[in-house]
Ligand binder design. Structure first.
Ligand SMILES: [Cu+2]
Length: 303
């Protein structure tokens, strides 16, 4: 679990007192210098050589974009917020934004090596620029035979909609002026909006447009979606997600199916300060006469 804390010299939580630093924190989101993995600063993680390990990452920080890097070693992405991908993807880095979860297969590593579990700088257009930072140190001890087996096909994900499916709803994320705070964070030009209801069993195609000059991790609370289009292109692979990063000036189309859990739900930017500053929407899931549908199987959930 990735997190950070902003502490004063007495190790107490602190928030900025003056207007400009407060405005910077409202804009960038809170990022502290105390970096944590499972509540510990730079823990030593010992693994056996010769083994594959499954590591699940949860970015629980307010605003920190975590660009996972194992000092250049390859690893495989096998799952996202909503469970397994169809196939493992070999990479050397992967972005995990606030609210996102990522399952990877790490290793096998070589006996005796030590490396940093680190975050590379990712420019999300903040005032304060990201740095390359170490979160943990991984030490590889004696070899053990691997017990893990990684199948070619992890599971099948049926597409919910074609990339060209017309949007049933448009959501615009933007930033507007505020006399008191310098800026507000907006959905469809308003703060904390009440959006239109959705019907149980009725396919939703939402187009989310980031009209601001910084990234926002868009989170749909309690339901999983598929990204079907990013700036006019189909994404590289299918996945069940509930949080997707939307870079400045870009458009993402998501498809999701409201299953039979009526009530008030919400979506929001998962940078908590943006959420608090207005970038969220409420909506009702209403149960009409339509047949019940079921959520994707094998998913994980946070909160
Ligand atoms: Cu945001």
């Amino acid at each position: 679990m990735i997190d950070d804390m902003k502490l004063d010299p007495n190790q107490a939580f602190t928030t900025p007192r003056w207007y400009i630093p407060r405005m910077v924190e409202r804009h960038d989101g809170r990022e502290g210098d105390t970096l944590l993995i499972n509540g510990k600063e730079n823990p030593l993680i010992t693994v056996h050589a010769g083994q594959m390990e499954r590591w699940r990452f949860i970015n629980a920080s307010s605003a920190r974009y975590f660009l996972l890097h194992l000092e250049g070693r390859e690893f495989k992405i096998i799952g996202t917020d909503g469970g397994l991908l169809e196939q493992a993807r070999t990479v050397k880095e992967v972005l995990i934004t606030p609210g996102e979860r990522m399952d990877i297969v790490a290793g096998p590593f070589v006996e005796g090596e030590t490396f940093a579990l680190e975050s590379l700088p990712y420019n999300r257009m903040t005032f304060l620029k990201a740095k390359r930072q170490t979160f943990a140190t991984v030490k590889v001890s004696t070899a053990k035979p691997s017990l893990a087996h990684l199948p070619e096909l992890l599971r099948k994900i049926e597409p919910l909609a074609a990339p060209e499916a017309p949007a049933s709803r448009t959501i615009k994320l933007s930033v507007g002026p505020s006399l008191k705070h310098g800026m507000n964070f907006l959905v469809n030009n308003d703060m904390h909006v009440q959006d239109q209801p959705v019907q149980v069993g009725e396919l939703q195609i939402w187009e989310i447009h980031n009209a601001s000059l910084m990234d926002h991790p868009f989170h749909l609370h309690g339901f999983f979606f598929q990204v079907i289009d990013e700036n006019g292109k189909a994404p590289a692979y299918r996945a069940w997600k509930d949080t997707v990063n939307i870079p400045p000036r870009s458009r993402v189309k998501i498809a999701w199916m409201p299953d039979n859990r009526p009530g008030t739900w919400m979506y929001h930017c998962h940078i908590i300060e943006h959420h608090a500053a207005g970038m969220m929407g409420h909506f009702e899931v209403v149960n009409g006469s339509k047949a019940d549908t079921h959520p994707p199987s094998g998913h994980t959930h946070h909160h």
